[in-house]
Structure formats: C-alpha cells, structure tokens
Design a protein around this ligand. Structure first.
Ligand code: CA
Ligand code: CA
Ligand code: CA
Length: 415
C-alpha cells in the first residue's frame, strides 16, 4: 500500500510516476486512481524543473463520495515557474467557473464556490487548465533556449466527485389559528384548528399535524382530507374540529402544533419564533417556555366583555421569517383579523409577553400583508443585530374603532 511506504520510496514513486511524460495532472486523471496521491506534500517535486503546472491538495478528493452539496472546491496549482493566473480555466459540470485565486509561495491557491450548490446524488466533474508564465527570454538554464518564450501548459486535468443524497428537510407550519371558533365556559363550542404547512423539498411531503398542550403530545391530529373543516383535500391546509364541552374555565390556553413529514421529521413548534442557526433548528426542538409564565399576563384582561362583538384574529404566522442568532435577519408576521359585526379594525398590535410593543401590523399592501384592505395585516422587519438563540412567544391583539379588543392570538380563549 502506498500509505505505508517510506518517504524515500514515496518520493521515488512520485517522481517516477507523477512527473514523467505528461506530468502530474495526467498521471492522476481517471477513475481508478489511488487517492493517496492526492494531497501529498510535494517539496521534492519542485526539484525537477518542468515548467508545467500541476494540482495538489485537491478538495473534495477525486472520487470522494457523499460530498455535501454546498462543498467548496479547493486545490493548489503549483509549478517550479510562476503560474500564469490569466491562464487558469476551470469548469464545473461543463460550466465555466470563476475561481478565487490567491498567490502562494508554491503557486496559486484556488477556491471555487457554486452559488446554488451541486445537484444532490450526482457526479460533479471538474476540469482545470493552467500554464506557467512565459520567460522573458534567455536565462533558462536547461532545455532549448528557443522554448523560453513559450508558456508551458498542463494537459487539461479532469476529476470528479460524488455528492450526497438529498437531505429530507423538516416541514414548517407557516400560518395557523383557530378560525371562527367561539368558545364559552357556559356552553362550550366547536374548536376549529387550522394550520397551513410547507416543506421545502415538496409541499406534499407533510403527513400530519399534531396538537400539543404544555409541550406534550395530545391524541388530536389535524388532517388534510377535506373532511375536518380543512376545506379542500391535499392543499397543505390541515384542519380539525373538536367539540369542547361546557365547563372549561374562562381563560386563554396555549396549544402548540407540530407538523410531521413522511420521513418523520418534526417541524418546529408553532406558534413560536425560533432563532437558531439553521442546522441547530433542524436538529432539536426548541425549549418550550413554561405555561404559567405565559398565562400570568395582563394581556387577557376581561375576557367576558362584549363577546359577540369583539374583533377576532383567525390566523397568523411567521411567513418567511428567517432569524440567525449571529446576524439577525428577516422577521415577518401576518395575521387575518376582522370584526364579526362589521366594525372597522383600528389597529393590530404586536405584544412581547404581556407588553404591547407599539409595533402595528398594517393592512396597506406595503408590509408583506398581500393586498391593501383585505383583512390580512402584516409587519416586516429587517433585524441586523445578534439575537439570543431561543424560542420566542409573541402575541397580537386587534382593536376595533369602538375600542373593543380581540382575544390575543395565538391563544385559544374560553370566554
Ligand atoms: Ca420533508
Ligand atoms: Ca386541506
Ligand atoms: Ca392586507
């Protein structure tokens, strides 16, 4: 095995096998190449003057499997003469690439980043061409001095690696709420739960949505079969209707929802805003804040007043919100609010915990709220500061022009 050879033996082999005839590039081209060749330090090779550039320190290695689709292609082009950076031409899957080049003592360090990443589960073919700079004439102590004006070029070096299978990404709950539910302590009522889901690889990958209470799963599932108050089947809007008996105390209850896809990946818990590095967010569920903490808020006021006429927030969600703990990002919240008696809505305000923030969701078509005057209110903020990782619970409250307040979204309220 090449790995276990002595350094002297290795050097001899390298000089004999790699540098003869058509140089290193050609010698390690092809699928059956022993990967041990790649990335070897080549301090001895430079002693043989060829003037022809060749590649070392290739990443991902030729023939490497399961390469991440966002891998960066790196290698060094080295030569005993100066490498002509203008001569460097690289293709990735037949498309000309624009590399980042850095001059090093031995030659040029090359980095190629592909913006949209490689196709999963595919062979990626890289070709490289490079030449050394032409001599200024004379002065070259070997070979025919008449060659000295010529650039010396490597034969096109071609290699490939194989990308990993696509990762099945977890689903998301984009918008959810309790629709037209009106529940009272005296009579109970029908609790309607609706959740719109998404899944980046395929929206139909979402299989179910489960209701959680206090962070624990309940037996209640939402369906997308058109038979659970979810309107049409297979439209990614999941629903369920539950008959709530009389006798539940007047209060605001926090339910959580979680979507699952066919691979069993859970979404993050609705209705929290999760701030986490992307990989982290997928790897673990957010810690749930304590129920008691959320309930001990003045937000809920007198839940019994003017029930039938109070405005309602039917749905809401953090569409396109993408927050990173290090750099912030986009915060976007939309909600559908109206008045059951047709009174004008005066404001829809964001609350953090029990505190009103003064931030209003607008229905003027300019805040990610779709059309103006359609009852969908929105707020969109660009946050350019770090935000501590965690799961945040925000609320919104609608107020009509008569001063009547809605129950706070995203709670289920028994009035
Ligand atoms: Ca999925
Ligand atoms: Ca549906
Ligand atoms: Ca709107």
């Amino acid at each position: 095995m090449l790995h276990t050879m002595s350094r002297a033996g290795m050097t001899a082999l390298m000089i004999a096998g790699v540098l003869t005839a058509s140089v290193a590039g050609a010698a390690i081209t092809g699928s059956g190449v022993d990967e041990s060749w790649i990335g070897l330090q080549t301090d001895n090779i430079g002693a043989t003057p060829s003037g022809i550039p060749y590649l070392t320190n290739i990443e991902p290695r030729p023939g490497q499997e399961h390469v991440p689709v966002d891998a960066v292609i790196r290698f060094d082009i080295v030569c005993d003469k100066e490498v002509d950076t203008n001569s460097i031409a690289i293709t990735v899957d037949g498309v000309s690439a624009t590399p980042e080049l850095e001059q090093t003592e031995a030659g040029v360090s090359v980095e190629v980043t592909t913006e949209q990443g490689f196709t999963p589960e595919s062979e990626v073919i890289v070709t490289v061409d490079a030449c050394s700079v032409a001599d200024e004439g004379g002065g070259f102590p070997w070979g025919d001095p008449s060659d000295d004006e010529e650039e010396r070029c490597m034969e096109t070096f071609s290699y490939s690696f194989f990308t990993e299978a696509p990762v099945n990404v977890p689903p998301r709950i984009t918008i959810a709420g309790f629709g037209l539910s009106r529940l009272t302590e005296e009579q109970g009522g029908t609790l309607q739960i609706l959740a719109l889901t998404a899944d980046d690889e395929d929206p139909s990958d979402v299989l179910s949505v489960r209701v959680y209470y206090d962070g624990l799963p309940t037996p209640i599932l939402l369906h997308d079969d058109g038979r659970h108050g979810d309107f049409a089947a297979n439209d990614n809007l999941f629903g369920c209707e539950i008959e709530v008996a009389a006798g539940f105390s007047k209060s605001a209850y926090l339910l959580q929802l979680r979507a699952f896809d066919r691979a069993g990946n859970p979404s993050e818990f609705w209705p929290y805003v999760t701030v986490a590095a992307r990989a982290e967010a997928y790897a673990r569920p957010p810690a749930l804040p304590s129920y008691e903490e959320m309930m001990a808020v003045a937000l809920f006021g007198d839940l019994g007043s003017e029930n039938a006429a109070r405005p309602q927030i039917h749905f809401g969600g953090y569409l396109d919100t993408d927050l990173d703990p290090a750099s912030g990002g986009t915060f976007k919240l939309v909600a559908f609010a109206d008045s059951p008696v047709g009174t004008m809505i005066a404001s829809v305000e964001l609350y953090a915990g029990s505190e009103p923030t003064g931030l209003l969701l607008q229905d003027n078509g300019a805040h990610g709220d779709f059309a103006a005057g359609d009852g969908v209110y929105g707020i969109s903020l660009d946050i350019d500061t770090a935000i501590p990782s965690g799961s945040y619970l925000l609320s919104i409250v609608a107020r009509d022009v008569m001063g009547r307040l809605s129950s706070p979204w995203p709670y289920v309220t028994i009035q």
